[in-house]
Write a protein that binds this ligand. Structure first.
Ligand SMILES: C[S@@+](CC[C@H](N)C(=O)[O-])C[C@H]1O[C@@H](n2cnc3c(N)ncnc32)[C@H](O)[C@@H]1O
Length: 212
């Protein structure tokens, strides 16, 4: 039996045509759709998977959103990295629990969230974003997903010196100086025009000989 759906949490309504709607449940709130209105109070306290009918007879099933649902529905300023690409990025950059990551270009925060989940509480993610409006969006999306900015994450309003000027996800045991003063840079071989995935251990990760 799942934990009942609560006021304040985000849920995903799925209709008969598999269209999805991300909604934050509020006491006395109403969800309006072309198929009529549905009171949030009818959803609050129900188990996940409950099927409800709007005033216009439209059947909706309520679920807690997966990260993939959230990434597709969350507000975006910059182009988001889609779930189909997030998985390969995590695999090909060899992200593991406890890793330290530098992300260049937080954008809307989709990859940032995926990285935080992949490295776990023992890891660290530093994400640079050069545009303040994108950084604010990323902060809001990360908070919206986790409830707060995770302790392991640093969302930084500054420019990375990565020549890709796109999205770069770099795994390193020491992506910043011990004093924390220098700006991390990508190795010279990173020359992608849009996005780069750095997976060569020789190029940037020499201090951690073994991994789980
Ligand atoms: C494609 S978006 C990143 C998508 C993001 N990783 C996501 O999953 O939603 C590229 C982002 O990189 C930022 N950017 C471009 N050049 C940058 C630089 N030199 N330093 C930091 N951020 C940069 C852009 O402002 C933009 O927000």
């Amino acid at each position: 039996m799942s934990i009942p759906l609560e006021a304040g949490e985000r849920i995903l309504f799925v209709d008969a045509r598999d269209r999805t709607y991300l909604v934050r449940l509020q006491t006395k709130g109403t969800f309006h759709t072309h198929g009529g209105a549905l009171s949030h109070d009818l959803v609050i306290g129900q188990p996940e998977g409950v099927r409800l009918e709007t005033a216009g007879g439209m059947v909706l099933t309520a679920f807690r959103p997966r990260f993939a649902d959230y990434a597709l529905k969350m507000p975006r300023g910059a182009q988001v990295i889609y779930p189909k690409d997030l998985g390969p990025i995590l695999v090909y950059t060899d992200i593991y629990p406890g890793a330290s990551i530098l992300e260049a270009g937080s954008g809307s925060g989709a990859l940032t969230i995926a990285l935080c989940r992949a490295v776990g509480p023992g890891g660290r993610v530093v994400s640079y974003e050069v545009r303040s409006e994108h950084r604010e969006r990323a902060v809001a999306n990360v908070e919206g997903f986790f409830g707060k900015i995770p302790d392991l994450l640093e969302l930084t309003a500054r420019s990375s010196t990565c020549p890709s000027r796109g999205t770069c996800c770099r795994r390193s045991a020491r992506p910043w100086s011990p004093a924390g003063s220098s700006v991390p840079t990508c190795p010279p071989r990173c020359r992608s025009s849009r996005s780069c995935l750095l997976w060569s251990r020789r190029a940037f990760d020499t201090s951690r000989p073994s991994r789980p």
